[in-house]
Design a protein around this ligand. Structure first.
Ligand SMILES: NCc1[nH]cc(CCC(=O)O)c1CC(=O)O
Length: 324
């Protein structure tokens, strides 16, 4: 710990209270941040577990019940009331626009951003027999699966990771698709039969990364949390999130956006947009790349990628998705 950090830390209320959902993955992530606060910054932290609407509504697709904000709202209420100081989120569950008064102050180094193919019988998508049943409730995954395998029967699958794996094991599906990051964090990497390469299944904006949110104006805490910002992940995820924001960024849009920064500082951004209303429509795809070193430059690249999707006819796709 450097002395400057220690001085900043000393001025903070302790313990730092971390608001978190109570799924096993959310707890793992919050504990990870708690442990790093202590190890890297000498700050004591405790968890405040909460249940969100997104955890309660399990029988409907999230795209139908209000989308991503459902996982973060209760945590924000805890920040607002002062019950908690910090919320730890899977960045991909964080809406593109935070409500007034809240700030995303750090994005930590990302885990594997790819999607995983999980099955008890088949090694990968190509090995699935004609008409096999695949579980996922993500429109982004549905349209990319359908693009490669129009014959598949895709069935809804919700719940936390353990629930989804149990539903697979009970025989309800031939395979399911999950984020590799969540499985790895929970020590379930052995369940992954294969990972989809990014060009086969472009991940969701922010997939695999953790976002840290505080109330705007928590200057000392925000400053301390800068120690956790992983700049390549910050820039990549801001480019990805800018694509989603520019296209109206809700769960009802089957949008994929994934960026990486190479050693030379060039950000490579891949995007894909599907038609939720008519999966037989071809995926629209785009790519942008450029040297970026600031958040604004990363976001500009994301906006250019969104514009390229619109130029391919993306507005009709977005209108079709909104009608669902
Ligand atoms: N949508 C739920 C969700 N939010 C974060 C993860 C996994 C971890 C991550 O991507 O950071 C998952 C599960 C999944 O998509 O399979």
């Amino acid at each position: 710990m450097n002395p400057q950090t220690a001085v900043n830390a000393a001025s903070l209320a302790q313990p730092v209270i971390i608001a978190t959902r109570e799924s096993r993955l959310a707890l793992w992530q919050a504990e990870h941040v708690r442990d790093r606060l202590l190890a890297d910054l000498g700050l004591r932290a405790d968890l405040l577990g909460m249940t969100t609407r997104g955890d309660q509504i399990l029988d409907r697709s999230l795209s139908k019940v209000g989308g991503k904000g459902l996982f973060v709202k209760e945590l924000e209420l805890a920040l607002e009331s002062g019950q908690a100081h910090l919320a730890v989120h899977s960045l991909k569950d964080v809406p593109m626009e935070l409500p007034e008064g809240f700030s995303l102050v750090a994005v930590m180094e990302r885990e594997d951003p790819r999607d995983a193919f999980v099955s008890n019988h088949y090694d990968n998508l190509d090995a699935l027999p004609q008409g096999a049943c695949v579980g996922t409730s993500s429109l982004r995954r549905v349209v990319q699966l359908k693009a490669r395998r129009p014959d598949l029967r895709i069935e809804p699958l919700r719940g936390n990771l353990d629930t989804r794996l149990r539903k697979l094991d009970e025989g309800g599906y031939d395979a399911i698709v999950l984020a590799a990051a969540g499985l790895k964090r929970l020590g379930l990497a052995n369940r992954i039969r294969s990972v989809f390469e990014v060009d086969q299944m472009i991940p969701c904006a922010g997939q695999g990364a953790l976002g840290l949110e505080v109330r705007t104006g928590q200057v000392a805490l925000a400053a301390a949390l800068q120690a956790f910002v992983h700049q390549p992940t910050w820039l990549a995820t801001h480019a990805e999130r800018a694509v989603s924001r520019a296209l109206g960024g809700s769960c009802s849009v089957p949008l994929a956006a994934h960026a990486v920064i190479d050693a030379a500082g060039v950000l490579h951004l891949d995007v894909a947009l599907g038609h939720a209303g008519d999966p037989s429509q071809p995926l629209l795809k785009g790519h942008q790349q450029g040297l970026v070193s600031t958040t604004a430059e990363a976001e500009a690249l994301g906006e250019a990628a969104a514009a390229s999707l619109r130029a391919l006819g993306g507005d009709a796709y977005l209108a079709g998705s909104a009608a669902l």
